[in-house]
Design a protein around this ligand. Structure first.
Ligand code: 8YV
Length: 317
């Protein structure tokens, strides 16, 4: 009999779904109306869980899966899984470290360019026919340069480093903050977030959110200043969203590029009309390349755990 796997989020790569279906009995919880009843019926048979970084799994759900041997996070953020709880129970938790680095870093640069160069309002101006109606060169305001701007990065993990590499190619001096200085990096380490924000033009959030909820607040945005941009490709909850909306509304900062939000898919509507703000629907890893590589890592984690081995890169065992 094929082992049972509980899937909490869809996987968008057909080849990965085919492989999962070949090897396992898949329980696609996200498709069920009465999730509670479904777990009551099938919970005891579940050997593995696949979830998204943002979705994670609750402790209550873990407790309802007594045969659970692995939680495979299809993403790099593990802030929505209680790792200590899983560790106590000897359940390996894996993530897809390395699989999505390049695409998340690419989107960070895309958001910076889009926000600074006003690419979205320009696109709308042309596509709605407004350029033909008003071809005066001043119909759109001047935008801001990205090349050479000072970039401050919060979190110098794989993604932060890939953003630094790209920003350096744009001639941008890079500084960063993290829990510690990293001796192998040529960039300036700044010990506190307010000083980092004060010393940069573009503040990019690439940090894990486990212990960093609300670190970007009114004081940090104030330090970033009226010519500064905030870019977030990590987790919405790193930011006090109401402070951000207020800072953008009052010109405390110049603009923002946001892929993630506190309560997705709910986004503060005040942001919708702001030309200086570019929004994405949590898309940083949403390429065929990343999602295929991530899916393969999930398959490997399940196979290793269910064969009685410690999955490579387990964070808890
Ligand atoms: C993932 C994410 O792509 O990696 C993460 O932590 O939040 C996402 O970008 C998502 O979990 C896909 O399921």
């Amino acid at each position: 009999m094929k082992p049972s796997i509980l899937q909490l989020n869809p996987i968008l790569v057909p080849a990965i779904n085919d492989k999962l279906g070949e090897l396992y009995t898949m329980h696609r919880l996200f498709e069920k109306d009465d999730k509670d009843a479904y777990i009551r019926e099938h919970g005891a048979s579940i050997k593995g869980v696949i979830t998204g970084g943002h979705t994670g799994i609750s402790n209550d759900m873990i407790e309802r899966l007594p045969a659970l041997q692995v939680i495979a996070v299809n993403g790099v953020g593990t802030d929505a899984v209680d790792l200590a709880f899983a560790r106590e129970r000897g359940i390996p938790v894996t993530a897809t470290f390395g699989a999505l680095t390049e695409d998340v870093a690419d989107l960070a640069i895309g958001l910076i360019l889009a926000a600074c160069r006003q690419i979205c309002p320009g696109n709308e101006f042309v596509k709605t026919g407004n350029w033909q109606k008003n071809s005066h060169p001043g119909a759109l305001p001047l935008s801001r340069r990205f090349s050479g701007k000072r970039v401050g990065i919060v979190g110098m993990g794989k993604v932060g480093r890939a953003i630094a590499q790209r920003a350096s190619a744009f001639g941008c001096p890079v500084s960063y903050t993290d829990l510690r200085r990293m001796e192998d990096l040529p960039h300036e380490f700044v010990g506190d977030l307010i000083s980092l924000a004060r010393g940069c033009d573009i503040l990019v959030l690439a940090a894990a959110a486990d212990k960093a909820e609300g670190i970007v607040n009114a004081a940090v945005l104030d330090a970033l200043g009226k010519d500064g941009y905030l870019v977030n490709i990590a987790r919405g909850k790193l930011v006090v969203e109401s402070d951000l909306v207020e800072a953008l509304s009052n010109g405390v900062i110049a603009g923002a590029g946001l892929d993630v939000f506190v309560d997705e898919p709910n986004v503060p509507e005040a942001l919708f009309d702001m030309d200086r703000v570019v929004l994405q629907a949590h898309r940083a890893s949403a390429t065929e390349e990343s999602r295929t590589a991530m899916g393969e890592m999930v398959l490997a984690s399940l196979a290793q755990a269910l064969a009685g081995q410690r999955p490579e890169g387990s964070l808890t065992t």
